[in-house]
Design a protein around this ligand. Sequence first.
Ligand SMILES: Cc1cc2nc3c(=O)[nH]c(=O)nc-3n(C[C@H](O)[C@H](O)[C@H](O)COP(=O)(O)OP(=O)(O)OC[C@H]3O[C@@H](n4cnc5c(N)ncnc54)[C@H](O)[C@@H]3O)c2cc1C
Length: 288
Amino acid sequence: MIPGSFSYHRPSSVQEAVGLLAKLGDDGRALAGGHSLIPMMKLRLAEPAHLVDLAGIADLKGIRSDGNDIVIGAMTTQHDLIGSDLLGAKIPLLRETSLQIADPQVRYVGTLGGNVANGDPGNDMPAVMLCLGATYHLTGKGGERRVPAREFYQGAYFTALEAGDVLTAVRIPVPPAGHGSAYEKLKRKIGDYATAAAAVVLTMSGGKVVTCSIGLTNVAETPLWAEEAAKILTGSTLDAATVKKAVAAAEAITAPASDARGPAHYRTKMAGVMLTRALARAKAKARG
Ligand SMILES: Cc1cc2nc3c(=O)[nH]c(=O)nc-3n(C[C@H](O)[C@H](O)[C@H](O)COP(=O)(O)OP(=O)(O)OC[C@H]3O[C@@H](n4cnc5c(N)ncnc54)[C@H](O)[C@@H]3O)c2cc1C
């Protein structure tokens, strides 16, 4: 339960952090809230010789509007997301999801950037970012680049982050006014990671679905974007037969592990149950 020894660095700019991480290579790791990384270090599943703490970089914090997007600095905490009036008005799904992560103590320190950069399929925010069509801002040796969340996740703990990269911000297009959204998460107890979870954002007109997007958490090595299921629902009234068909399509793309949260078949079925509930709640919230 005691991590290996490491050197601690506290840069005050993104450029300084990128320079350090690029120089340290595999020996260095970015440190955000530490609430995934430090437990991994205590278990000796990660043994970085150098930690580059991003906490002293003011540019990495904050939530702002930029045209039709909201841009959230990577070091913004889950607690900050919950308290943001701007997000509450424009993207309430983020508040709802944050409230289902761990407990207040973890949320005071755990950051949005750490949650999405970590690559743990159990983290809640990645599937929500796929659902919302978010883009990640990365800065590395070669300068800045933007990677869609839907292309970022490559396997458990494997992402598009390259050695020396810092994720600086998450850019989210604001869903249309009157949209409905929901995040349904099955967990064994308060503070637990998901057995399965589903995020939904949809718009409706004349009682029919106009647009729909679905993300699934912890039912594969990566978060999943259930594109086919959303296509099935588009144009429907979310009647029971169509929802059943869409749920079957979503279940078909899952490949969960059998673990302490249940056997694979159970977790796949729970993803379907979470999706059915999220669709019903999103529909109830949508106008039109
Ligand atoms: C008891 C407990 C329960 C939890 N339950 C949940 C839960 O239900 N759902 C959930 O989603 N999470 C849960 N978490 C995890 C928590 O949300 C973490 O805070 C989060 O996953 C990681 O954020 P962090 O800021 O702590 O990142 P860190 O732990 O500091 O970093 C995580 C990883 O991301 C990298 N990284 C961090 N920031 C950046 C960046 N800006 N650029 C590049 N790389 C970066 C680090 O190098 C590291 O590899 C739980 C944690 C604990 C301790």
